[in-house]
Design a protein around this ligand. Structure first.
Ligand SMILES: Nc1ccn([C@@H]2O[C@H](COP(=O)(O)O)[C@@H](O)[C@H]2O)c(=O)n1
Ligand SMILES: C[C@@]1(CO)OP(=O)(O)OP(=O)(O)OC[C@H]1O
Length: 159
């Protein structure tokens, strides 16, 4: 079988006055993520992972943060557009495994909704997607709650 692995990483700053949207889920919180788009750190990492596995570059190449069309963009729309390019290139998703690196808030209760969103946008069953979370044990910029990061691996198969 023709297989390709991809990995994605993203980080956004936590600031007051922004909504917190992770994996397409609006999470009630004191702070939200800062970005040109809706700053959905998890979906950006998933987008980079699928684009990377297909050899199609990265999210910034396809959706530049200098383009006003993407100001405030729904990252689910960007992920679906990226996935269309991946499918056109002849690939389908086998599975996705993701980690959200957040000191707070708790991600676990929202993980099933994130899984459902990502699976729908990638065109796979929910069983093909896994979302985990870790604190940063209070260490560094993540531990100080200055930002939230996400890391993702994806496996693609031909056709
Ligand atoms: N933002 C987070 C962080 C962690 N979790 C859950 O807690 C478990 C323990 O995390 P540690 O960083 O202390 O190892 C982790 O396995 C997650 O289940 C979470 O839901 N949200
Ligand atoms: C999504 C895009 C485009 O609006 O902007 P941001 O929300 O700033 O996100 P980032 O992960 O920094 O880079 C990708 C950008 O091109």
């Amino acid at each position: 079988m023709n297989l390709r692995v991809g990995q994605g990483f993203d980080v956004h700053a936590l600031v007051e006055g922004r909504d917190l949207i992770i994996g397409g889920v609006h999470i009630p919180h004191t702070h939200g993520l800062l970005g040109h788009s809706d700053a959905d750190v998890l979906l950006h990492a998933v987008t980079d992972a699928v684009l990377g596995a297909a050899g199609l570059g990265d999210i910034g190449r396809h959706f530049p943060d200098t383009d006003p069309r993407y100001a405030g963009a729904d990252s689910r729309v960007l992920l679906r557009a990226a996935m269309q390019k991946v499918v056109q290139a002849g690939w389908r998703v086998v599975n996705v495994d993701a980690t959200v690196h957040a000191q707070a808030p708790k991600i676990g209760p929202h993980a099933p909704a994130m899984v459902a969103n990502i699976a729908a946008d990638l065109g796979v069953q929910a069983t093909a997607v896994n979302v985990k979370a870790k604190t940063n044990e209070g260490l560094g910029y993540l531990g100080r709650k200055e930002g939230i990061a996400a890391t993702v691996v994806v496996l693609l198969a031909a056709g």
